[in-house]
Design a protein around this ligand. Structure first.
Ligand code: GN1
Ligand code: MG
Length: 343
């Protein structure tokens, strides 16, 4: 069993009494290390926060405090499990340079793939409700948790940079993949056009399906989680990441290339759920931009996975050496399918 040498300090800072045996690794996030704390009295989520990826934790605290102050809980039919303050009133606790935080645990199902269109509809409604509930807060009041996080042009340039500096031998499969992604320049151009037209909103900005907790019987959504990247963005980001992770017949870590297809029923259910909440709230252009979001978010993840592979896997958690390469390849197949759908 891990020793969790920091646990006694956390106990002091939060006035808790957690034992090492009550802490277990939890979830599938690529960035933070997440644990479930289960005592006789309560269940909590503990995260060892990745401050290499999130270099401005104070911005996250700012954004989350803004949300706590300004969002009306009655506008949301589910919970936003924001971090609990420690005894000094802070959302993060720093122990020897490592950031920790504790949040409430929400009962339910957190999945990487969903089973049917109705679940897609519920997910899209939930994330659209998030945007709607925050629409009265000027997006400019939120700080950039990660600068230019979903800026497709910047990610394209980062891929070029990674290619220039890589120690990998770019041939065969890898060369083909690089070529595919460099050929996506038209999506970057389209992105720049949408940017001129659309208003910025408070967006969740990481709406992959495992950032949502369904009720155990999947009858509703119990919570929207992973609230680090909430910041100003475009509605097509949030719709797009749903398309990427919901309307696909295989998850993002699948290497079953031949099986990666768009699930059109789930795609339509996503649109239905998103529009049911967004009609009369989002502008006409925002609604028109939604199909672009699916392609754009799949493309940006492809850029990022591939750049990380070329950089020597320094960003995402991997379980084997070629995993980022495979993730980029997976996104390539999905992107090809989404482009077909549009044409
Ligand atoms: C990361 O932490 P997690 O797994 O929810 C990433 C997202 C990507 C996602 C791809 C801060 O999200 O942008 O879409 O992996 N988060 C960050 O699976 O980079
Ligand atoms: Mg997550």
């Amino acid at each position: 069993m891990a020793s969790f040498s920091w646990l006694h300090i956390l106990n002091e800072k939060y006035g808790l009494d957690i034992l090492p045996s009550q802490v277990k690794p939890f979830g599938d996030g690529h960035i933070h290390q997440t644990f479930l704390i289960e005592t006789n009295e309560k269940i909590l989520i503990l995260q060892q926060f990745n401050n290499q990826v999130f270099k401005f934790p104070e911005r996250i605290s700012h954004n989350q405090s803004l949300l706590i102050d300004r969002i009306k809980p009655e506008d949301l039919p589910y919970i936003l499990p924001l971090p609990i303050s420690n005894l000094s009133g802070e959302l993060f606790t720093i122990i020897e340079g490592t950031f920790f935080r504790i949040s409430p645990f929400v009962q339910g199902k957190c999945v990487n793939e969903i089973k049917n269109p109705h679940q897609a509809y519920l997910a899209a409604k939930a994330f659209a409700q998030f945007i709607k509930a925050g629409i009265h807060i000027p997006a400019s009041e939120f700080q950039e948790a990660i600068p230019s996080f979903h800026d497709l042009e910047l990610r394209y340039n980062q891929l070029l940079e990674a290619l220039k500096n890589t120690k990998r031998i770019v041939s065969g499969d890898l060369e083909e993949l690089v070529k595919f992604y460099l050929d996506q320049k038209d999506l970057v151009d389209e992105y720049l056009i949408w940017k001129e037209k659309l208003p910025q909103r408070l967006t969740h900005s990481d709406t992959k399906i495992n950032n949502l907790i369904y009720a155990d019987d999947f009858s509703k959504v119990n919570a929207v989680i992973d609230l680090d990247t909430l910041m100003a963005g475009y509605v097509f980001y949030d719709f797009g990441d749903l398309v990427r992770t919901v309307a696909c017949t295989e998850g993002e870590s699948s290497t079953d290339w031949g099986k990666i297809k768009v699930d059109i029923d789930k795609y339509n259910a996503l649109l239905e759920g998103f529009l049911e909440v967004g009609e009369g709230v989002f502008t006409e252009d925002e609604i028109k931009s939604l199909p672009f979001g699916g392609m754009m978010m799949t493309c940006i993840m492809g850029f990022r996975f591939l750049a990380d592979y070329l950089n020597g896997n320094i960003y995402y958690t991997i379980h084997y050496e070629d995993q980022n390469l495979h993730r980029a390849k997976n996104q390539m197949y999905l992107l090809k399918e989404l482009r077909e759908l549009k044409s």
